[in-house]
Design a binder for this molecule. Structure first.
Ligand code: SF4
Length: 339
């Protein structure tokens, strides 16, 4: 494949201009072999990125693969905090993200300074952070959690200790409801994509598809409404499943439903359809697409492999402190799935 100038998309500046054709595939895989690199892709990536990756999954599963892989370079096709988590767990490897501008509105909803200030108002509280946080915030955290084990992580903390839970208010509300814990304080952060999937939309889709299962990510603005609607009998409780993205794949393989409504980022549909092609998967909101995730374009991946860019760095002291919190997350409950 001839060297090409990388264009930038007018709408969002993402690297653009190279089509994901057979030449592109061949070149990407050749360069990955040459660089001793493993390509990891999150479930919300573009289908062509998911398809060329050596491994596709949720953020925690990918971080664990990054740490265990024998490859010396990790190409993390996801958003920046995920690549940072891989670097924290695999500090001696080179970690590259195809576009370092791929951020996350949820991770950006709290800074390390804000967390230090919150901690100073609640001395003695245990800090539990969802994995969607920056390395600086993880370094100020006692235990990280995923959406799969958030309830177990909070339940593992002595009942009389105050807990600061961040940054996602919807996941926090889910944990508070499940644990019945009054001394859980919740940071008012949210992901703009998940918050956009709301209760009225879910109720309307459920009414149109009365026999469908509902797979709902607990970060969704509709998670609370889904449980409320189930309680009211508007949506049958046995059809509502609150699942991390990793657990959605397992549930797709196990369900007898012919159709499933999916409440999370639309990239997830690609893996679900591959896992269970006989099921009709439909998004609750087909506009729920994360622009940050979609910055990892075929052009960006090729640029990354050709030019060894963008490298992810976490300073040694931050990584050491953050690693303790991430390690405790891996040890508690069911560590199968992050976002
Ligand atoms: S979907 Fe939301 S939580 Fe996930 S990466 Fe995008 S902005 Fe962050």
């Amino acid at each position: 494949m001839a060297a090409t100038a990388y264009l930038e998309r007018a709408s969002d500046g993402a690297y653009d201009g190279i089509a994901p054709d057979a030449d592109w595939r061949e070149e990407v895989l050749r360069l990955a072999r040459e660089r001793d690199a493993v390509i990891l892709a999150h479930n919300y990536q573009l289908p062509e990125i998911q398809d060329i990756a050596h491994h596709t999954g949720d953020s925690l599963a990918l971080s664990r693969i990054a740490a265990a892989s024998e490859a010396s370079t990790i190409i993390f096709c996801g958003v920046h905090f995920m690549a940072e988590t891989a670097k924290i767990l695999a500090p001696h490897k080179t970690v590259l993200i195809p576009d370092e501008r791929a951020g996350c509105s949820l991770a950006d909803s709290i800074t390390a300074d804000q967390l230090r200030e919150w901690k100073s108002q609640h001395p003695g509280a245990v800090v539990v952070s969802y994995v969607n946080t920056t390395a600086d915030v993880k370094a100020e955290t006692d235990i990280c959690c995923t959406s799969s084990n958030a309830v177990d992580v909070v339940a593992s903390i002595p009942a009389d200790r105050e807990v600061l839970f961040l940054p996602d208010q919807f996941l926090g509300a889910h944990v508070k409801r499940e644990t019945g814990r009054e001394n859980l304080r919740i940071w008012a952060g949210e992901c703009h994509v998940h918050a956009g999937i709301n209760g009225p939309e879910l109720a309307a889709r459920a009414a149109e598809n009365p026999d469908a299962d509902l797979f709902i990510h607990p970060e969704c603005g509709c998670a609370t409404s889904a449980l409320y609607l189930a309680g009211e009998g508007a949506v049958p409780a046995e059809q509502v499943k609150i699942l991390s993205t990793g657990d959605m794949i397992t549930a797709a393989r196990g369900t007898s439903a012919k159709s499933v409504l999916v409440a999370t980022e639309v990239g997830m549909l690609h893996q679900l359809r591959k896992a269970a092609p006989e099921i009709d998967f439909r998004p609750v909101n087909d506009r729920a697409s994360c622009t940050y995730m979609k910055m990892i374009t075929p052009t960006a991946l090729l640029r990354c492999l050709r030019e060894n860019l963008d490298e992810v760095h976490v300073d040694a002291e931050t990584a050491r402190r953050a690693q303790g919190a991430v390690q405790r997350m891996i040890e508690i409950g069911q560590p199968g799935g992050g976002e």
